[in-house]
Design a protein around this ligand. Structure first.
Ligand SMILES: NC(=[NH2+])NCCC[C@H](N)C(=O)O
Ligand SMILES: [Mn+2]
Ligand SMILES: [Mn+2]
Length: 343
């Protein structure tokens, strides 16, 4: 109880109990959406993420730890012809329409009462995932775990890749800087800068750094992870996000947040990332808040693996992160009804 209290701030014990209990029930059901989409970036292979993560036993393992699971299968995205760049931005129409589809799927899964698990695909999918989540539940907190900030505007982006831009379409505060792109007109900005926390940053474009400072976004870069340790980072993250009201949490986890020695099979690896233990700790901590309402796991790309072991390690880490989101603790777990067998 004491640790729950620390996580959630003070309040009547009774309320806290009820609150935790309700959320624990809720959080034990995962609604899985596969989003095999790669056009937010130039490399083939990231569209194979959902099937690989399933093939590594995600569903069985979630069920094995007492989590109800419904797999909604993979989304099918329509072919977009004549998807010419808009300014520097590539595959705009395909990304817009895929995310509209995803947003609708996430809304449906939230209406069914699950915590959504969106398996990517590249990180441009956060547009539809966060948009749909917010349409279903209202105001959100967003925890973005990534080597990158993915907050370029279409005009600031040095690469034109949409997986480096999703947050710019979602933040209220940036809308005067963001033109409406083809197939993007359905997007309603739905996140406030004060409700966003970044963890793990270590490759931020100058344009992005300017935006983060301009908006006063809370950032725990790898420097802060080094300085404070992951446990303080998570305490401060949750204190910061639950300052006044506790909103449902959207966790958007880019596998490249983790060090490439652990998860090399990804399109834009950056040295100096989270250890396996830090990466899992983040999910354990967020799971214990009882507020985790949607999770993205993106940017697993098997074609970027150099060896079988590269691939195995990347995919199994992705699975372990998701298990952590649904209550797995490294101390061990047992269900409430368990009784020791008697001789
Ligand atoms: N989701 C990712 N891996 N994003 C990488 C983004 C890299 C760079 N900042 C860009 O805007 O293109
Ligand atoms: Mn990244
Ligand atoms: Mn990313």
């Amino acid at each position: 109880m004491r640790s729950a209290r620390r996580l959630l701030g003070t309040g009547s014990l009774h309320h806290l109990h009820l609150h935790l209990h309700l959320h624990q029930l809720h959080q034990r059901s995962a609604g899985i959406i596969g989003a095999p989409f790669s056009k937010g970036q130039p490399r083939d292979g990231v569209d194979r993420g959902p099937d690989l993560i399933r093939a590594a036993g995600l569903l069985d393992k979630l069920q094995g730890q007492g989590c109800a699971v419904k797999d909604y299968g993979n989304l099918q995205f329509e072919e977009v012809v004549d998807d010419e760049p808009v300014g520097r931005v590539k595959r705009v129409r395909a990304v817009g329409s895929a995310n509209q589809r995803l947003s609708e799927a996430v809304q449906a899964v939230k209406r069914d009462g699950h915590t959504t698990v969106m398996l990517g695909g590249d990180h441009s999918l956060a547009i539809g995932s966060i948009h749909g989540h917010s349409m279903a539940v209202g105001e959100l907190s967003v925890v973005w775990v990534d080597a990158h900030a993915d907050i370029n505007t279409p005009l600031s982006s040095p690469t034109g890749n949409l997986h480096g831009q999703p947050m710019s379409y979602l933040l209220h505060e940036l809308q005067s800087k963001v033109p409406v792109l083809p197939n993007f007109s359905w997007i309603k900005p739905c996140v406030r800068a004060k409700d966003l926390v970044y963890i793990g940053l270590r490759d931020v474009d100058p344009e992005e750094h300017y935006i983060l400072k301009l908006l006063g976004v809370k950032v725990f870069s790898m420097s802060e992870v080094d300085q404070l340790g992951v446990s303080r980072v998570m305490e401060e993250t949750c204190d910061y996000l639950s300052d006044k009201v506790k909103k449902p949490i959207h966790l958007s986890y880019d596998i490249d947040a983790v060090d490439p020695s652990v998860t090399p099979a990804t399109g834009t690896p950056v040295p100096g990332g989270l250890t396996y233990r830090e990466a899992v700790f983040i999910t354990e901590h967020l799971s214990q808040t009882g507020l985790l309402s949607a999770v993205d796991l993106v940017e697993v790309n098997p074609l970027r693996a150099r060896t079988e072991q590269d691939l195995r390690s990347t995919v199994s880490t992705a699975v372990d992160l998701l298990l952590g989101c649904f209550g797995r603790l490294r101390q061990g777990n047992h269900s409430a009804g368990y009784r020791l067998p008697e001789p």
